[in-house]
Ligand binder design. Structure first.
Ligand code: ADP
Ligand code: XUL
Length: 548
């Protein structure tokens, strides 16, 4: 299309462990071509914050916070490294972003003016510090708000009422319960708070030099948004904290242009006054980044958290209270189930036996599906799905010293839990779009294919959240220029890696079909809700001679 040739779009992803960037180049109506991928790991690049896996030192396993200053410094470090590495500042039309969901940043009243007036001769983080009314940001790994969840739930008329209105029953990591805890435990800090951002709208505000709105994809992770109205829900606001509505950003459409890159970034890093499109959560952005703009397929992201999600045209809220319905950046909805023991649990087993990732892959290749009916329940940290507040690891017929059995055990347990706890979405899963850092591991994807009985597609980039953000920037810019593009066109370049399509193996699939109810029995036992299934696992192994 005339006048729109050769534009570039930057997608950023402020995830748990890193800040990543993807730049796409779009000539005319596309397709988009990825010209740059870059990442800055918080622990490695910014060690002075003392984070481990992006989390500040933890007082106990229930609390988890990170540093807004670290995220700002990461942005200040990453932005200048992009020009010349694939980003052409003269062609940068728009920027959008993705961020870990649920985390919240608390700013005082001085922020409103100061965001627009950062001094480009000085780094960003020290200028931001006096604007924080709370020095840390609680993040999605925090499980310390059960009391607040209970009081919000009862104030709005019960879990079913909360879930049907907001898309989720109360969850400890959701922003509403986190805000209630802060308001109750530090009323002075809460009173000094003028604006509460999610990580997404905070990062967008830093770039735009003014308070950015939220959009429905991320706002639906708060227990505060009316899912269908896409506005804050009064009853939930009242149940959460006094005067809350005035402290929250407004909710705008996902494709809103929230401003232009502020003078700070232009003067300090030689960047243009590019449009800033609303940021969203990492899962909603990944939905776009793996091309799921129609119903019927699911994506599984294997990042710090593991998530299973798919687009929904109508919001079918989960009656069992396991999962969530969020807004989708397309204007539809998305169903999602989140598991906290994802990559860090895989790393725990890898490190316990002194292994490398290639060793893990080799073990998965050389051990049989079904693990000889030996089961590991890997709740090293509090688990979101199913809810487990006190970390506990259980083994059934499995020795803690058996390296191969534990490696296969952790991957099989994770994939079986992903399958069982996603059934509420009611999607007949025949194809899975796999992404996230661990999706480079094809042996893990093979177990996924066999457990789900579905073909697994793998993508050339595992930075799907940042890619989705870049594509959302393109979509928003095109709309703003008066040339709206269908989502199918925006995502037409998102093609699975044609060399890697993992089909399920019928024999392995049959083994997992029998193992799934036994795994569910192990979970029930570990949760104190059922008998010990060791005998049933042994009988099943003896009946089949160990294998099929
Ligand atoms: P997030 O976006 O949540 O910060 P990523 O999606 O970037 O996380 O994933 C990071 C994780 O990827 C690391 O914690 C690591 O455990 C995992 N990972 C990287 N390479 C491999 C591999 N070969 N096999 C399994 N996991 C891997
Ligand atoms: C989703 C969730 C995590 C975070 C971090 O509900 O809590 O997936 O978004 O990635």
């Amino acid at each position: 299309m005339a006048g729109r040739a050769g534009r570039q779009y930057l997608g950023l992803d402020a995830s748990t462990q890193s800040l990543s960037a993807v730049v796409v180049d779009v000539a005319g109506d596309g397709p988009a071509k990825v010209v740059l991928e870059s990442s800055l790991n918080f622990d490695e690049a910014l060690p002075h914050y003392g984070t481990r896996h992006g989390v500040l030192p933890r007082a106990d396993s229930a609390s988890a916070t990170s540093s807004p200053l670290m995220w700002a410094e990461a942005l200040d470090r990453l932005m200048p490294s992009l020009a010349g590495a694939g980003l052409n500042p003269g062609r940068l039309a728009a920027i959008s972003g993705s961020a870990q969901q649920h985390g919240s940043v608390y700013l005082n009243a001085r922020a409103t003016g100061a965001l627009a007036r950062f001094d480009p001769s000085q780094p960003l983080a020290p200028q931001l510090a006096p604007l924080l009314s709370r020095s840390v940001a609680p993040i999605w790994m925090d499980t310390s708000t059960s009391v607040q969840c209970a009081s919000i739930t009862s104030a709005v008329g019960g879990a079913a009422a909360l879930a049907s209105r907001t898309g989720s029953r109360a969850f400890e990591r959701f922003t509403g319960p986190q805000i209630r805890k802060f308001a109750t435990e530090d009323p002075g800090g809460y009173a000094a708070t003028d604006r509460i951002h999610l990580v997404s709208s905070f990062m967008a505000s830093l770039l735009a030099g003014g308070h950015a709105p939220l959009e429905p994809g991320d706002a639906s992770g708060t227990n505060l948004m009316d899912l269908r109205e896409r506005q804050w829900w009064d009853a939930a606001l009242d149940a959460t904290a006094p005067g809350l509505e005035a402290k929250l950003p407004p909710i705008a459409a996902s494709w809103t242009i929230v401003g232009r890159l502020s003078p700070y970034w232009q003067a300090r890093h030689g960047l243009p006054a590019a449009k800033i499109a609303a940021w969203s959560g990492d899962n909603p952005c990944t939905l776009i980044g793996v091309g799921l703009v129609r119903e019927g397929r699911v994506a599984i992201s294997l990042g710090t958290s593991d998530t299973v999600f798919g687009l929904m045209k109508d919001p079918h809220v989960d009656r069992s209270g396991t999962g969530h319905v969020f807004g989708s950046p397309t204007g539809d909805y998305m169903g999602l189930t989140c598991f906290s023991n994802g990559s860090l649990a895989r790393e725990r087993i890898r490190d316990a036996f002194g292994l490398s990732w290639p060793d893990v892959s080799r073990i998965l290749r050389s051990t049989p599906p079904g693990n000889d009916r030996r089961v590991l329940i890997p709740w090293f940290e509090p688990e979101i799905t199913p809810p487990v507040l006190i970390p506990c690891v259980h083994r059934y017929r499995l020795s803690p010293d058996d390296a191969a059995g534990n490696v296969r055990g952790v991957i099989e347990a994770q994939m079986m839990a992903r399958a069982i706890h996603s059934r509420w979405m009611g999607i007949e899963i025949d194809t899975i779009h796999a992404t996230g850092g661990a999706a480079v591991n094809l042996e893990i994807l093979r177990v996924m294919a066999d457990v789900f009985g579905a073909a697994v597609h793998h993508f050339p980039t595992t930075n799907s959240a940042a890619l989705g953000a870049a594509l959302r920037a393109w979509h928003a810019d095109a709309l703003d220029e008066g040339h709206p593009l269908p989502w199918e066109a925006v995502t037409s370049a998102v093609r699975p890696d044609s060399a890697v399509r993992i089909a399920p193996d019928p024999n392995a699939r049959a083994i997992y079909r029998r193992l799934l109810p036994l795994y569910a029995a192990c979970e029930a036992h570990a949760l104190g809700r059922g008998p010990d299934p060791t005998g049933a696992l042994r009988d099943a192994a003896e009946m089949t001679g160990g294998w099929e």
